[in-house]
Design a protein around this ligand. Structure first.
Ligand code: PRP
Length: 182
């Protein structure tokens, strides 16, 4: 185990079972789809989850990527997001978009993004997250697919970082406080 990890919160086998379960629910829910199913991963944290999820979904899928950040991180929400990388598609009205996230915290990123993609004309927009921290929510938002609800711990691995480190760990671990204290 990495020396900066206090404990493994979700191990590799458990992650695989969670991802398989989400994939089979997606297969079932989108079976009679009208249009395309497009998995849109939000960079960077969701890339590992996206890579595993897209292999387990058996329906035909297209993939795409966005990079966004919510702003108004102080006491006030501005009700908006910064879009650093947008979808470059001319067929958005034929796309059933399923946003793929690694974690929901305040809920601002996904709630704004769903609104934005609907305004852009997507046929449908749903959301999927591997991890959810409901105790951190600042806006009223629930994802359509949630892998695992977790307590408010500093988690890294399987795509999640602290200061760009630990994304490549194959499990979700709780970071030792001394690893982020200075
Ligand atoms: C994380 C995560 C979500 C967002 C969730 O991304 O991947 O996009 O924060 O937070 P919210 O619910 O409070 O809006 P982050 O900004 O850490 O970027 P990264 O994925 O590149 O690490």
């Amino acid at each position: 185990m990495n020396k900066d990890i206090l404990k493994v919160l979700i191990g590799e086998e458990e992650i695989e079972a969670i991802v398989s379960d989400i994939a089979s629910r997606i297969d079932r829910d989108y079976a009679d789809l009208n249009g395309k199913l497009v998995l849109v991963a939000i960079l960077k944290g969701s890339v590992v989850f996206m890579g595993d999820l897209m292999k387990k979904v058996t329906l035909p899928v297209e993939i795409d990527f966005m990079k966004v950040s919510s702003y108004g991180s102080g006491t006030k929400s501005t009700g908006n997001i910064n879009i650093h990388l947008d979808l470059q598609r001319h067929d958005i009205d034929q796309c059933n978009i399923l946003i793929v996230e690694d974690i929901i915290d305040s809920g601002k990123t996904l709630s704004h993004l769903v609104h934005y993609l609907k305004l852009k004309g997507a046929k449908s927009v749903k959301t999927c997250t591997l991890l959810d921290k409901p105790s951190r929510r600042e806006v009223d938002f629930e994802a359509d697919y949630v892998g695992c609800q977790i307590p408010d711990e500093f988690v890294v691995g399987y795509g999640l970082d602290f200061d760009e480190k630990y994304r490549a760990l194959p499990y979700i671990g709780i970071l030792k406080p001394e690893a982020y204290a200075n």
